[in-house]
Structure formats: C-alpha cells, structure tokens
Design a protein around this ligand. Structure first.
Ligand code: GN1
Ligand code: MG
Length: 376
C-alpha cells in the first residue's frame, strides 16, 4: 500500500468515524503477525493533538469482522462498567474504546473490500516485548485482572471469532494433514520436529477432556496474552490496559496464563534462531504468576490452578504446530519478516516446549506456594 493510499484512507476514516482534527503524522506498529496497525496523530483547529489507533483487519483470518467487533464491544463495555463502579477516573487509559461510524457500525469497508477500524490510543503509554521481573509482575497482573473483570460475564454469549482457535488436538490434526499434502515439498526438512510434536500429542487434549468431564469452567479468554498486548504507563511502567481483543472468546484460563508465560518467560525471543538461548525462566515464571494470580486468588477453582502448568506446555506445543503447519502450507497465515521465518519460529517454540515439559512440576510448586498465601 503506497503512502498516498494510506493517507487517503486516513482522511476517509477521519470523516467516517468523526475523528477530531486533520492528519499530522502516523507511525506503523511493528508488532503483530496478522493485522496492519497504525498510530495516527491529528491536530484540531484549536491546536489540540489527538492520537488514534487505526487497523486494517486481516479478514482472511477473521472471516466475520462483525463478530470480532461485537465481542470486543461487549467485553470492553463490561469492563468499563466495572471500572466506573469502582470510581475509576482515568477510564480512557484503562480500557480500549472502539469508535463507531455515523451509522453505528465499527468498520469502514473500502471499495477494495478491506475492513478498517479505529480504536482509542492509550495516552502516554508504551508496550514491551520483553521486561524485567518487576514489570513482568504488572503484566501478569493486567491479564489476571482482565480475567477477574470478566468472571461474571456470560462467556457462552461471545462469538467464536476464529472457530477452534485453541482446540489443540484439531491443530495437531491440521499439521498432520498439511504434512500429508506436503504441497511445497518441505516435509522432509521438518521430519524430526514433527516426530517430536506427535510424540507429545497425548498431552494436548487434557483441558478439553477436563471441561467435558465438568471439571474445568468455560471462561472469557483473551487468547493472545503476549506481554506486548499490555499497555504500560510510559513513565512508571504500571499496567494500564489490555489490548488486542480480536480473539476474545470462550475458553480456558490455562490458555491465557499459558500463552503469557510462553512469550514473556522465554529467555529468548519468539523466533530466536540460536536454540541454546531458548528456555523457560522459572524466576520470570514466578513473578508473572504472582501478578496473574493476585487478583484471581479466591476466584478460581482448584482444577484451574493445578492445570495452569499444562496450559503453558499445551499452548507452546500448539503454537509450534501452527508455525510448522504454516511453513508446510507455504506461509499463508503468519506475516513472515525473513526467509523461513515460520520454520525458525516453529523450531524455537519446540525447543521451548521441550524445556517446559521438564519443568511442569516446578511450575506447580511455585503456584502452590503463591496460592498458599490465600485459600483458592
Ligand atoms: C498472532 O498478530 P498477533 O501477534 O497479535 C496470532 C497468535 C499467535 C501470535 C504469535 C489471530 O498474534 O495466535 O500466538 O501471532 N494471532 C492470530 O506471535 O492467529
Ligand atoms: Mg493478536
């Protein structure tokens, strides 16, 4: 997309969503493997600076944009109500806001069929891909608080914006199918990795099985709890708001906890090529877990607590399977920023999963020690 095209889209969005001011500048958000995100700065006639988040939704991934918007709206309205009841004054920095067009809709569809939307920008904030242990506590707290705010929200009323998103057995089946097709002749290159993944397959149906047995409640789950989805105060680094609500859906708490740990407690980046650098840091785990559990202690079930470490393993195996599937299918889902990016990501997640598999008991002990401070 050329700069001219982008600027003309911004002008249309300013009109359609009744945003204040005219374009002053914009930045492209670097993170994100699915949507295109921009931060748009405007200036009003009175000289006031305004900032907005503008996104082009990937509608090949999110095939029903209306459902994505309805979920985000329902969840943010609920959180907003909670914050107001608690006397929160800084509402706009504590919960994401979705702008509506004059007809009430949340998307502008361009003549090319692209879906554009406008979200609030959390003022004076930053986000981080990696953080020290103090900030990690705050990030865990933000995701725990998000869960807490939604404990009384009827999860079953939410849409599945991506069907079977964290159905890990289904993800493994998709990997097996992609390997059988081998449309790009890449199977041989990942044979060893696939053999390890499939040797772990028996572990990945635990959460579904417990739910079916009536032992694990369905919750409102964020489903993409990378620590860079928590906006922090630019100066104090205190957590402000959880963003990126596209995958909010019914699910299990272990998924949110697991994904947060998978990303933030890895001693390396998500796509680290030097696999000896990849591992799960238990001290980082302890800080993140303390933060996550703090608002939830007393509100979650014993089974939920006990199965949190399995969530870490399952979500890491699942993402490895997803990256390898995309590699086998010719890199059509995740945005690739370098050659063989999905292969590298898959290998990194696999190395992490191997390390995690040997640390589930250690993780559980840490969780017990934290929860001992208060009855679950
Ligand atoms: C995608 O685009 P982003 O970074 O928000 C993906 C997540 C993965 C993540 C891995 C809708 O999230 O599930 O965990 O990449 N989102 C979707 O980095 O598939
Ligand atoms: Mg996301």
């Amino acid at each position: 997309m050329t700069e001219q095209d982008l600027l003309s889209i911004f002008r249309i969005l300013i009109r359609e969503f009744r945003l204040k001011g005219t374009i002053e500048d914009y930045r492209v958000a670097k993170a994100g493997n699915i949507n295109d995100t921009y931060f748009l700065g405007t200036r009003t006639a009175e000289g006031l600076r305004k900032e907005y988040t503008v996104q082009r939704l990937n509608h090949r991934v999110f095939q029903n944009p209306r459902c994505v918007a309805e979920n985000a709206y329902a969840v943010t309205s609920h959180i907003e109500k909670k914050l107001l009841q608690a006397g929160e004054r800084d509402l706009r920095r504590k919960v994401m806001h979705l702008y509506r067009r004059t007809d009430g809709s949340f998307f502008y569809q361009s003549p090319e069929g692209e879906y554009w939307r406008v979200l609030s920008y959390v003022y004076d904030s930053c986000c981080m891909d990696t953080a020290d242990e103090e900030i990690l506590y705050g990030m865990g707290y933000a995701f725990g608080e998000f869960q807490k705010q939604l404990l009384d929200f009827p999860a079953e009323t939410l849409h599945y914006t991506i069907p079977e998103f964290h159905n890990t057995p289904r993800r493994f089946a998709a990997l097996r199918e992609a390997a059988a097709r081998d449309s790009f002749g890449r199977r041989a290159e990942v044979a060893e990795e696939l053999a390890y993944l499939f040797s772990m397959e028996e572990h990945v149906s635990l959460l579904e099985a417990l739910h079916r047995a009536g032992e694990l409640p369905l919750r409102v789950v964020h489903n993409d709890t990378k620590c860079n989805n928590v906006m922090l105060d630019a100066k104090t680094h205190a957590p402000l708001a959880v963003v990126d609500l596209d995958t909010v859906m019914p699910g299990y708490m272990a998924h949110d906890f697991g994904d947060a740990v998978r990303f933030a407690c890895n001693t390396a980046a998500e796509d680290e090529e030097e696999l000896s650098r990849v591992s799960l840091s238990l001290s980082r785990f302890a800080r993140l877990a303390e933060g996550f559990l703090r608002p939830l202690l007393g509100n979650i079930t014993k089974t939920e607590l006990v199965t949190l470490p399995e969530g870490v393993l399952i979500i890491t195996l699942e993402l490895a399977a997803r990256f390898f599937t995309d590699y086998l299918e010719g890199d059509v889902y995740f945005r690739c920023r370098k050659a063989k990016h999905n292969l590298l990501r898959g290998r990194c997640q696999l190395a992490l999963a191997k390390d995690i598999a040997g640390k589930t008991e250690a993780m559980r002990q840490i969780l017990f020690a934290i929860s001992d401070q208060k009855e679950i």
